[in-house]
Design a protein around this ligand. Structure first.
Ligand code: HEC
Ligand code: HEC
Length: 314
């Protein structure tokens, strides 16, 4: 067995290597890394599930990929309020960079959350998506299902060094802001050209035989509600820019903003109590589309921009 200190030092060095190579890659620099120095890229499925955790992890994986089948509105538990699944946004089971990837996520929680105004657990963050993205309600933190999803994310994070609290590629990328406001009318044209073939003319998506979505809805009664992260135009634009059309993402930045503005101008479920979000209003992201805000800007500017340069994307 290696000496514990030596082992720790190796892990630290490899984390620094991973970080610097990822930083170079993010900057668009082509790096040739000798194979013996090549960092292990954690953005993929970990190899195997340790036997003592396998049942719980696999259950969490099923909940993540087929959420509505297990806890959807037509099941006895009815935690989620729409037919969507976590994987519809956190692509490929949460293993994709810049698609709200969840590799390494257990290393970052508990964490201060501006929307809640306090430090929250990973369970609370998952419940944020149940209440908003899935337009449902909280799942008890101690429930078997919640423990299974946390175990699943723990397994996705297994290969990430413990000291690596922030992984490049989590969340969505920081997209440059266009100089003008996003334009829903132009976005409707982008939608008709690039999105309608899969998501349908009413943005309603289409279902598999088992009731899960093959193409998830983008608006309407079975979509995410107005308190969801995807309802922020900068978050939606960054997700769409990198990931949509699925398998062939080639929109330019302006088209991505316009189509995001179009989606988020359509009817969708409305969540009550949103005025309680961001108790410290100064921490509210500029593009949070719902009142109240710390400033007295026109609400349309919060929804569509143009965004002030300093207003961060998260
Ligand atoms: C080739 C089919 C296809 C096209 C074209 C396509 N998407 Fe998607 N989209 C998908 C699939 C499939 C998912 C869900 C991924 C999964 O579950 O694995 C998805 C998910 C999404 C999501 C997140 C889930 C949701 O329902 O809110 C958004 C937002 C989205 N797409 C927007 C767009 C936009 C905007 C366009 C046009 C620029 C577009 N998509 C074009 C297939 C497509
Ligand atoms: C409609 C799209 C959508 C669906 C469906 C969805 N999420 Fe999310 N999720 C998001 C967005 C957007 C964020 C915020 C990303 C950001 O701003 O960095 C997020 C954030 C998260 C985070 C925190 C990630 C981080 O880096 O801080 C976790 C954990 C999470 N979601 C879990 C889930 C789980 C579990 C489910 C299913 C029960 C789910 N989500 C369903 C869109 C979605």
């Amino acid at each position: 067995m290696p000496h514990p200190t030596a082992h720790h030092r190796t892990r630290g060095t490899s984390a620094v290597l991973v970080l610097s190579v990822l930083a170079l890659l993010a900057a668009g620099v082509c790096v040739v890394v000798p194979p013996w120095l090549a960092p292990h890229d954690p953005w993929h499925w970990p190899h195997e599930v340790p036997a003592d955790r396998a049942a719980l992890v696999r259950e969490g994986e099923r909940l993540f990929n087929e959420t509505a089948l297990h806890v959807g509105p037509t099941t006895p538990k009815a935690v989620s309020g729409n037919g969507m699944a976590c994987r519809n946004c956190h692509l490929s089971g949460g293993t994709v960079r810049n698609a709200m990837g969840l590799v390494g996520i257990t290393r970052r929680f508990p964490q201060f959350n501006a929307r809640a105004g306090k430090k929250i657990l990973l369970e609370d963050r998952i419940n944020g998506c149940f209440e908003r993205s899935l337009n449902g309600r909280r799942m008890p933190n101690e429930s078997r299902e919640m423990r299974a999803m946390v175990a699943y994310m723990g397994w996705l994070s297994d290969e990430v060094p413990a000291e690596m609290t922030k992984m490049p590629g989590q969340g969505v990328m920081k997209l440059p802001d266009p100089p003008r406001a996003a334009n829903p009318e132009l976005g409707a044209e982008v939608f008709a050209r690039k999105c309608v073939s899969c998501h349908g003319p009413q943005g309603q998506g289409s279902r598999n035989a088992d009731g899960t979505y093959l193409y998830p809805p983008l608006w309407g009664p079975d979509s995410f509600n107005n308190g969801a992260g995807m309802h922020r135009v900068r978050t939606a634009a960054a997700f769409i820019y990198r990931n949509m059309p699925l398998g062939d993402p080639l929109l330019n930045v302006e088209d991505a903003y316009d189509v995001a503005a179009f989606l988020n101008s359509q009817p969708r479920p409305q969540r009550a109590g949103l005025e309680r979000d961001y108790p410290d209003r100064k921490l509210k992201p500029f593009d949070s589309p719902y009142a109240p805000w710390a400033d007295s800007e026109d609400p349309r500017r919060h929804k569509y921009g143009p965004f002030p340069q300093s207003s961060g994307s998260r």
